[in-house]
Design a protein around this ligand. Structure first.
Ligand code: IVH
Length: 669
C-alpha cells in the first residue's frame, strides 16, 4: 500500500514537472489548465496525507511559503563578475582585435546573445536537483533566495537526462511586459506606487520576504552561462544546448559568428527588432565560444576578457511640450499628463507622456513650450527624462501643479506621505462619480453584461444615473431613448443587472470602490466580518487585526463608512437585493469556535500547510496575527518553530499549543 502511494506521488511529480516544462519553457502545453490543476490537487492531497514522503523540490512547492525570512548571505563558488560595456562599433572592433591578438591569430568564434534586462541569478544543482538560487550581491557573496526562485515555473527543480553531479548555471530573472503591466494595474488599484520598469519589478519581486507573494508575480528566467568542473562540452553553445535538454529555458536568439560583420548584423537586427520582443533587452552580449580560448584570455579584476556587452542607446525623442492637462480618477487622484508635439519613437508616434505627480514636475523644472527629451523605457507610457533649457524662451511660464480640481473646482488636498493630489469632492465630482460606476459594473466587480463605459457615459450625461444604485431603477423606456439602444440591448442590460444580485459579498465589497480595497483585501474583509453591518461598525483596531490589513486600508474603510452618503448608498443597494453577507454555503464552512481568540502560527505541521492552518483559524472565527504580542491568545507551535517567537511567547505568558491541541480546539480529531 505504502509503496503504491509512493509510486503514485512520484509519478504525479514527474508528470507535473514535465507539464510545467511544456508550458513555461517550451510554450507548448499538452493538457488543459483544468487537468493540470486536478493533478496538482491530487498531489497536494497525497503529500498532505503522507508528510513523511515530502520533497522540497516537489512541483507542489512552487506556491511558496508565508515564512518571513531575512536572506542568508552565501559566498559564490565562482565570483559573479559583470561585463565590460561598449556603446559603439569602434569599441566592438577594438574588442575583436584584442581577442584576435591575444589568441595569436588563432581562429575563433563569437557567440552573440541578447542582453536580458532583469536581475542576475546563479542556480546550483546537485544530482539533478535545484539546491540553491543566489543573487549577484556584491559579486563575491549574494543573497540566498532559493525559496523565491522555486516559485518561478520555468526554472526546473528536477533535471532530466544526463547532467554533471554538481554545477552552477547563471541567467537573468525578468518580468515580461504583459506581467509587468498587470502587476502595476493591481498595485495602482491598491494604492501602491507602481514599479518604474520591469527590471525594478523583477529585482524587487525576487527580494520579497514571502515566497507566496513571489509566486503571484509572473517572473521568468533565461539561462546563459554554465560553470562547473565537469561540464559536458568545451564549447559554450554546446553546453547551453545540453542544458536545454535537461529542462532549462535557454535563449533561442543566439548566433554563432565567424566574422565581425556577422556580429554587426546581429546587433543591427536586434536594435530594431527588440521592440517586438515581449520582454526588455538593453543590449547584446558577445562571448568567445571555445572555453579553452576563454581560459587563455582570462579575466581582469572586474570582468572576463573573453566577453563584452554592447548597450543599445535608449531611443530618445526631442519634442515640444505643448501643455499639461490633468486627469481625475475614480478615487479622486489627480494625474498630470504632458501633451507633446507628436514625435516618432521606438516604433510608435508619441503625443503624450506621463508626469506622475507634482514632485516630478518640480524636479524637471518644467516650463510650457519647453523642448523636452522623451524616452520609452519598460514603461507603457513614455516619460520626460530631461529638459533642454538652452532654448527656453525668457518669458516661458513655469508649470505649477493645479490648486483646484480641473473637473469640479474643489480645492485639491495632498495626504501626508503620499505623492498624489486628490480632489476631495467624492460625491459631486463627475469623473469620480462616473469612474465609480464604471468600476462597479466591471468584470471583476459586479460583472454586469450589456453595460460598457460608453453606456455609462450616455446614462450619466442624460442624468439618468448619479450613483450605482440608480442603475437598478432604470426603466426599459428610458433606456430605449438612448442612441443605438435596441430592444435586445435593453434586455441584455436588465438581465445583467438582475443577475448581478447573485454576485457574492466579497465582490460587491470590491465593486463599491473603497480606496485601497482591491480584490484580495475585499475577500479578507468579507470573510473576517461576514456581513456589511459588522464591517461598518469595525474599529481601526479590529480592522488591523485581520491578516494583511494595515493602518492605511483600515483608515480608508473607516473614512468610507463615516460618510453618510455611503451609508445611504449601501442601504439602498441592500434593499435592491445585493449580497451584503456571506452566503449560507460560505458560512457553513465557518464556525465561531475560535471567536475572540488570536493566533500566531509558526513552524511546519504534519497535517496542513501554514496557509491551510491560517485559513482554518479564520474560518472558525479566530484571527491571525503575524507577531507574538501580549494580545496573542495562542502560539501554534510546529516543527522547526522560530526560537525567538517561542521565547517571546514564554516571556509574555502566551499559551503555546501543538498542532494536536489546535485540532482539539476546533473539534477536528
Ligand atoms: S554572461 C562573466 N549573458 O548582464 C559573464 N550576461 O554586466 C557572465 N546579462 O551580470 C554574464 N544577458 O546579469 C551574460 N546573455 C547574457 C546576459 C547577461 C544579461 C546580464 C548579467 C550580467 C550583466 C553583465
Amino acid at each position: 500500500m505504502k509503496e503504491k502511494i509512493q509510486q503514485d506521488i512520484e509519478a504525479l511529480r514527474k508528470e507535473l514537472h514535465q507539464h510545467n516544462h511544456n508550458y513555461y519553457v517550451l510554450n507548448q502545453p499538452v493538457i488543459s489548465d483544468y487537468d493540470f490543476d486536478q493533478k496538482m490537487h491530487r498531489l497536494i492531497e497525497l503529500e498532505k496525507q503522507h508528510p513523511e514522503l515530502a520533497d522540497a523540490n516537489s512541483p507542489s512547492q512552487r506556491v511558496g511559503s508565508d515564512l518571513n525570512k531575512e536572506f542568508e548571505h552565501v559566498k559564490h563558488t565562482y565570483p559573479m563578475l559583470s561585463l565590460g560595456n561598449t556603446y559603439s562599433e569602434e569599441e566592438i572592433q577594438d574588442f575583436y582585435t584584442r581577442v584576435s591578438k591575444q589568441l595569436v591569430d588563432e581562429a575563433f568564434e563569437i557567440v552573440c546573445e541578447l542582453k536580458y534586462d532583469g536581475t542576475a541569478i546563479g542556480l546550483i544543482y546537485e544530482n539533478g536537483q535545484l539546491l540553491k538560487g543566489i543573487t549577484r550581491g556584491d559579486g563575491v557573496q549574494g543573497d540566498d533566495v532559493t525559496a523565491n526562485v522555486k516559485t518561478i515555473k520555468s526554472i526546473p527543480l528536477q533535471l532530466s537526462g544526463t547532467y554533471p553531479e554538481r554545477f552552477e548555471i547563471r541567467g537573468e530573472i525578468f518580468l515580461p511586459h504583459e506581467g509587468f503591466a498587470r502587476l502595476n494595474t493591481i498595485r495602482e488599484e491598491n494604492g501602491e506606487t507602481p514599479f518604474a520598469n520591469p527590471r525594478n519589478a523583477a529585482s524587487g519581486s525576487l527580494k520579497m520576504q514571502k515566497s507566496s507573494e513571489v509566486a503571484k508575480r509572473p517572473l521568468d528566467c533565461y539561462l546563459y552561462y554554465m560553470l562547473g568542473e565537469n561540464l559536458p562540452s568545451t564549447y559554450h553553445t554546446q553546453n547551453l544546448e545540453q542544458a536545454r535538454s535537461w529542462g532549462f529555458k535557454i535563449p533561442e536568439h543566439i548566433k554563432l559568428c565567424k566574422s565581425i560583420e556577422e556580429v554587426f548584423s546581429f546587433i543591427n537586427y536586434w536594435d530594431e527588432e527588440r521592440h517586438n520582443l515581449p520582454f526588455d533587452i538593453d543590449g547584446i552580449v558577445l562571448k568567445v565560444n571555445d572555453l579553452k580560448q576563454q581560459r587563455s584570455l582570462g579575466f581582469t579584476a572586474k570582468s572576463p576578457r573573453w566577453a563584452i556587452s554592447y548597450k543599445f542607446k535608449a531611443e530618445q525623442g526631442y519634442t515640444k511640450l505643448e501643455s499639461v492637462t490633468y486627469q481625475v480618477g475614480r478615487t479622486g487622484a489627480v494625474t498630470p499628463v504632458a501633451n507633446l508635439d507628436a514625435v516618432f519613437l521606438a516604433g510608435t508616434t508619441v503625443k503624450r507622456a506621463s508626469l506622475h505627480n507634482s514632485d516630478i514636475i518640480s524636479s524637471l523644472d518644467l516650463h510650457l513650450g519647453d523642448m523636452v527629451y522623451v524616452e520609452k523605457g519598460g514603461e507603457i507610457i513614455p516619460k520626460i527624462v530631461g529638459v533642454d533649457d538652452t532654448v527656453r524662451k525668457k518669458d516661458a511660464e513655469v508649470v505649477v501643479f493645479l490648486k483646484t480640481c480641473p473637473e469640479c473646482g474643489s480645492e485639491l488636498i495632498r495626504i501626508e506621505g503620499e505623492a498624489a493630489h486628490y480632489c476631495p469632492n467624492a460625491d459631486g465630482c463627475p469623473p469620480q462619480l462616473k469612474g465609480r460606476i464604471e468600476h462597479f459594473i466591471a468584470r471583476k466587480g459586479m460583472n454586469i453584461d450589456g453595460i460598457g463605459t460608453e453606456t455609462i457615459e450616455l446614462l450619466f450625461a442624460n442624468k439618468m444615473i448619479n450613483d450605482v444604485s440608480d442603475l437598478y431603477h432604470l426603466h426599459p423606456m428610458q433606456l430605449s431613448t438612448l442612441d443605438r439602444m435596441g430592444d435586445k440591448s435593453v434586455n441584455n442590460i436588465l438581465e445583467g443587472l438582475e443577475a448581478s444580485k447573485q454576485v457574492n459579498f466579497a465582490r460587491v465589497l470590491f465593486a463599491l470602490g473603497i480606496r485601497y480595497v482591491g480584490e484580495t483585501v475585499a475577500k479578507k474583509l468579507s470573510s473576517a466580518f461576514k456581513n456589511i453591518d459588522a464591517l461598518m461598525q469595525a474599529s481601526q483596531e479590529q480592522l488591523i487585526e485581520v491578516d494583511e490589513i494595515g493602518e492605511r486600508i483600515a483608515n480608508s474603510v473607516i473614512e468610507y463608512f463615516s460618510n453618510e452618503k455611503n451609508i445611504q448608498l449601501v442601504k439602498r443597494l441592500k434593499e435592491i437585493g445585493l449580497q451584503f453577507e456571506l452566503s449560507e454555503e460560505e458560512q457553513s464552512s465557518h464556525s465561531d469556535k475560535l471567536e475572540g481568540s488570536s493566533f500566531v502560527v509558526s513552524g511546519s505541521f504534519a497535517s496542513f500547510s501554514r496557509d491551510e492552518l491560517k485559513s482554518l483559524i479564520e474560518k472558525n472565527g479566530g484571527k491571525n496575527l503575524s507577531g507574538v504580542s501580549s494580545k496573542t491568545s495562542y502560539l501554534v507551535a510546529g516543527d522547526k518553530i522560530g526560537p525567538s517567537k517561542l521565547a517571546k511567547a514564554e516571556k509574555l505568558g502566551v499559551k503555546i499549543i501543538s498542532e494536536h491541541d489546535f485540532k482539539a480546539l476546533i473539534d477536528m480529531e
